[in-house]
Design a protein around this ligand. Structure first.
Ligand code: NAD
Length: 485
């Protein structure tokens, strides 16, 4: 085993879990046994919540300009340890080194945003009547929880850590049991950056721990990122306990390619979007709507896909189970009459025979009712559906239950605008394959890709992580009594 058994991080200390249940962690890159992660129990969650509650008073009464100093130092530490953090992400998640570097760079950008929060949460004040002043303040909620998925072991935790904590909350983090290591390094860096003990805590576990978090009376808000199935469970369970909840779910993102799209640029973007992070991105292009005569672009997409080589510029998928699931989707589509133009099944990387790789896969003549067209595959696979008109393409996009992202490739501004208006997704791209809004713009989908109000990053997250206090004051007796006093 390459690393020691994973520990929880409670009240500023790394502690062994008392649980006898655990899971082995293997690297998807080559099957190396990396570590063992404990499935912690309710007692450990209670300890973490108690530590966070004890830290809350002092932390929430620390002025925000002082709180963000921790995140200026944390940003510097992320940059200083970029290489080491990226290698760890690649090792436990399977993505390529350059993708992992991009993930840490995005973590830095998220932290920079949190450092700017004092500029954004100034509140409002107005003399509403002679001598009477109304004022609003953003107050932290208390102890909050963040439950995260496997596909971005650093970036997704950093969607919530800097903003929630800079805004004065104390946090319980539940990493994915598939990639628990990166989060522990983040805990070390937060401590080194000067975050007081108890403000950030990590408890490892699986569904049982998530359920305990949803039920815990000491936790005020739960943020969740993961599959739609679990997002629904977490949203229902935590709101039933009257908690605030924002639960981001899965996705099925559609790219529309119009005949006037620039062929090379479109092909490169489509191939990069469907295969980046081995297709394990909630923003990955998964379905392509080929509108009208675009064969010349489809053939370029295949050329680009063939340049993507597992183990070189394409990482592994998370597990053997994921590989089998993805390959089953491809085989089903083939059996139902779709054409496999580029086939990524049975990919093997010499010297990494225990790695779990799927090559880039382009499937053409997919029909909208097929499972590859409707379901989230979460692998480097694109399903091309042929349509005659933009409205036909929009009808397919609109009928999908998800709504994270949609993109259009065209040189026609009017049509692009029409598609921006009609697509049923929270994040839209024009000639952009992965339309992730960068800070300070917020991240969040629509429909079954998100449950709850507001977005998880950017300015929108301020509303989620704080509650408004409204005060009305009168210091001037001469103001007398008016209709509202
Ligand atoms: P997942 O839903 O299986 O797991 C996410 C978290 O939920 C993990 O911490 C896990 O321990 C926990 N969990 C798993 N099963 C549970 C259950 N039955 N009850 C309670 N908790 C449970 O997701 P994953 O496989 O780790 O991640 C991939 C999914 O995440 C994809 O669907 C992807 O689209 C989605 N995702 C969405 C976004 C977004 O912004 N919308 C971002 C990243 C990933």
């Amino acid at each position: 085993m390459k690393y020691n058994k994973v520990q929880n991080f409670i009240n500023g200390r790394f502690v062994d879990s008392a649980s006898t249940r655990s899971l082995d962690i293997h690297s998807p890159v080559d099957g190396t046994h990396l570590s063992v992660v404990p499935m912690s129990g309710a007692d450990e969650l209670n300890q973490a919540v108690a530590a966070a509650q004890a830290a809350f008073h002092a932390w929430s009464h620390t002025p925000i300009k002082e709180r963000v100093q921790v995140f200026f130092r944390y940003k510097y530490l992320l940059e200083k340890h970029m290489d080491e953090l990226a290698k760890l992400v690649s090792e436990e998640n399977g993505k390529t080194y350059s993708e992992s570097v991009a993930e840490i760079e995005k973590s830095v950008e998220l932290t920079e945003f949190a450092c700017s929060l004092p500029q954004l949460v100034t509140g409002e004040v107005l003399e509403v009547s002679r001598g009477v002043e109304c004022r609003t303040e953003h107050a932290p909620l208390g102890v909050v929880a963040s439950i995260v998925p496997f596909n971005f072991p650093s970036m997704v935790p950093n969607w919530t850590i800097p903003n929630a904590i800079a805004l004065g909350n104390c946090m319980i983090m539940k990493p994915s049991e598939k990639v628990p290591l990166s989060c522990m390094r983040l805990a070390e860096l937060l401590k080194e950056a000067g975050l007081p003990d108890g403000v950030f805590n990590v408890v490892h576990g699986d569904a049982t721990m998530v359920e305990a978090i949803c039920d815990h009376p000491g936790i005020q808000a739960v943020s969740f990122v993961g599959s739609t199935k679990v997002a629904k469970i977490v949203y229902q369970r935590s709101t039933a306990q009257f908690k605030r909840c924002l639960a981001l779910g899965g996705a099925k993102n559609h790219l529309m390619v119009l005949p006037d799209a620039i062929p090379e640029m479109t092909a490169q973007n489509v191939a990069a979007s469907m295969s980046g992070c081995a297709g394990q991105r909630c923003m990955a292009a998964s379905a392509m709507l080929a509108v009208g005569p675009v064969d010349h672009i489809v053939s370029k997409i295949c050329d680009e896909a063939r340049k993507i080589v597992p183990g070189e510029n394409l990482g592994a998928v998370i597990s053997g189970e994921a590989k089998a699931r993805i390959e089953k989707y491809i085989t089903e589509a083939e059996q139902q009459g779709a054409r496999i133009l580029v086939d990524g099944r049975n990919a093997r990387v010499p010297g990494k025979e225990n790695g779990t790789y799927v090559g880039p896969t382009v499937i053409d003549y997919v029909r909208p009712e097929m499972s590859v067209a409707r379901e989230e595959i979460f692998g480097p696979v694109i399903s091309i559906m042929r349509t005659n008109t933009v409205d036909e393409a929009l009808a397919i996009e609109n009928s999908n239950p998800y709504g994270n992202a949609a993109s259009v490739f065209t040189q026609n501004g009017g049509l692009a605008r029409y598609i921006i208006e009609k697509a049923s997704a929270g994040m839209i791209g024009v000639n952009v394959g992965v339309p992730v809004p960068r800070e300070p713009f917020s991240f969040g989908g629509w429909n079954e890709s998100k449950f709850g109000v507001g977005d998880i990053t950017g300015k929108s997250s301020i509303e989620f992580w704080t509650k408004l206090k409204k005060s009305t004051t009168k210091w001037n007796p001469a103001a007398g009594i008016n209709w509202m006093s």
